[in-house]
Design a protein around this ligand. Structure first.
Ligand SMILES: [Ca+2]
Ligand SMILES: [Ca+2]
Ligand SMILES: [Ca+2]
Length: 305
């Protein structure tokens, strides 16, 4: 009963639940009394966070969020996923109660929610993230409740247990090249990227492979179907320096049948006499002969094999 303080006005503003009594006196002096029952609806805040499960254990770990109901630990500069749409449904009727988006720290709140049966759905999650396992472990404060929490009972006491754990997709890009050194015999190489859905090469190509003919470092960014993005690069060098050929001149002395001409500096040799692929060629030579005056004469010849 709330009769301790009398109010002599037709209006009486109350803020507490309870039973109130009013006694009304008419112009004729007669009185009547009436009891008024006031029920205060239980209201509170529903909320949580979309957090990064950086250690992949499907629960909010120390350092990922604070220990109190999914509020990110900003002291560690940790943030959650911003811009995720969160929808509050009346689980009894299926109607939408409210919709909001996660803030810069991944938090969301629905204030002034009456006690009742609800469900919360997370949607518009950016590509590039995987949803972690739901309801792992015994503590609803620290678990993830999935993109649809399912029906839960809200008593009107603030409740921040409705969270969603996400983790960035990780992928690794690799490239392979048919040659790492461009030479006179291998003037081009083909660099092939590991499988993806799209490719962006430093050359501007969007193919999964590129053909290169100049030395350099070539990079590629690979994107797959779930938004996983990875970049890698490979260096291709070039060795097209000319061989320094050294063949000392020779004299075929009078009376000698030939001279050996020796080339160096290479790995294979092709003499003008043909058919000889060694550093030495004794088929090319000069005849030196002497006449009766003592003068020397020379005749070059190439012997056909
Ligand atoms: Ca974790
Ligand atoms: Ca749960
Ligand atoms: Ca939870």
């Amino acid at each position: 009963m709330h009769g301790a303080q009398e109010v002599h006005s037709p209006n009486n503003q109350v803020s507490s639940a309870g039973t109130y009594t009013v006694t009304v006196t008419g112009a004729n002096g007669c009185t009547s009394s009436e009891e008024v029952v006031v029920i205060k609806e239980a209201c509170g805040t529903l909320g949580g966070t979309v957090w990064f499960d950086t250690d992949n254990n499907n629960t909010q770990s120390t350092g990922e969020t604070s220990s109190t109901g999914g509020i990110p630990d900003n002291a560690n500069n940790l943030t959650g996923l911003t811009g995720v749409t969160v929808i509050l449904y009346n689980a009894s009727t299926g109607t939408t109660i409210a919709s909001t988006t996660t803030d810069a720290n991944g938090n969301y709140q629905f204030p002034n929610v009456p006690a009742g049966e609800y469900s919360i759905v997370f949607t518009n999650i950016p590509t590039g993230y995987t949803i972690v396992g739901s309801n792992v472990g015994p503590d609803d404060n620290s678990d993830s409740d999935g993109t649809n929490t399912g029906t839960f009972t809200f008593t009107g006491t603030d409740d921040y247990t409705h969270d969603l754990g996400v983790k960035p997709n990780v992928c690794v890009a690799t490239v392979s090249a048919t040659t790492s050194v461009l030479t006179c015999t291998t003037p081009t190489g083909v660099i092939t990227a590991s499988a993806g859905d799209s490719y962006a090469w430093s050359t501007g190509s969007t193919s999964n492979n590129i053909t290169v003919n100049t030395a350099g470092t070539y990079s590629v960014t690979i994107t797959d179907g779930v938004g996983c993005v990875a970049t890698t690069s490979i260096a291709v060098s070039e060795d097209k320096s000319l061989v320094v050929v050294s063949v000392p001149d020779q004299t075929i002395a009078c009376g000698s049948p030939d001279a050996t001409l020796t080339a160096s500096g290479g790995t294979s040799y092709a003499w003008s006499t043909g058919g000889v692929h060694s550093p030495n060629n004794s088929e090319l030579g000069r005849n030196i002969y002497c006449d009766g005056t003592g003068a020397k004469w020379m005749h070059e010849f190439r012997k056909k094999l």
